[in-house]
Design a protein around this ligand. Structure first.
Ligand SMILES: [Fe+2]
Length: 223
């Protein structure tokens, strides 16, 4: 247990470690900062917007140790913990191996978006990306323009995911972490919606729907 104030504007927290090794914190309360347009007769958007105009932090993707030959699959272990203990539900998964028995990617939600957290298998634990929500495909394209104007290192230029059907750009921030701008929620998720499964022979389209080709840096680089 961590006391109130251990993080700014945050109440007491329960800290624990996922099977993948990532540190998690559940907070009891969070200070409400509101929005620039307020809550009384609000305008649709505030004046003076700058940059890509992200709305909110949409999701995070964590890389999780995966070594099926030695019985290690922390994608599946994390997913079990979040769905069985924390009331998340599985929306989509990527499977491999005989009869698709090895879960190498899992997308879980505790809301109505296709994923709040995603887990993908890799050689070691890490952060793959954090993702910020934009309104539309046009906003994604404009975000790409803004990144180019500012010489931001883009990892994957605007395209669509098969998984979640989201529209995306991946880019690196100055610290080297990968970020994403994400739009076009493909569907409203719910716990009674059948889980979408992608097989590893279609993993290219699952990740980058248009080309069907996994970008090398996208797989191999994470922090
Ligand atoms: Fe993402």
């Amino acid at each position: 247990m961590l006391p109130e104030g251990a993080l700014p504007s945050t109440g007491r927290m329960l800290q624990f470690t996922l099977p993948s090794g990532h540190e998690m914190r559940l907070f009891a309360t969070k200070e409400i900062v509101g929005t620039d347009v307020g809550s009384l007769n609000p305008e649709p958007w505030p004046d003076g917007l700058k940059g890509a105009n992200t709305h909110w932090l949409d999701h995070v993707l964590l890389m999780c140790p995966l070594d099926p030959e030695n019985g290690i699959n922390t994608v599946a272990d994390n997913t079990a913990l979040l769905t069985e203990v924390l009331d998340f539900y599985l929306t989509e998964q990527i499977v491999a191996g005989p009869d698709g028995s090895i879960q190498i990617g899992a997308f879980v939600s505790c809301s109505t978006t296709p994923h709040d957290i995603a887990f993908v298998g890799g050689p070691e634990a890490g952060l793959h990306h954090v993702s910020f929500f934009l309104d539309s495909w046009h906003d994604i394209l404009k975000a790409g323009d803004i990144m180019a104007k500012n010489k931001v290192q883009i990892d994957v230029s605007p395209t669509r995911h098969g998984v979640t059907r989201g529209e995306t750009i991946y880019f690196f921030d100055p610290s080297g972490n990968r970020n994403e701008t994400f739009a076009g929620l493909g569907y409203q998720a719910g716990p009674d919606r059948p889980v979408t499964t992608w097989t590893d022979d279609e993993i290219g389209r699952a990740v980058f729907y248009h080309t069907g080709v996994l970008v090398e840096s996208f797989i191999g680089v994470y922090t």
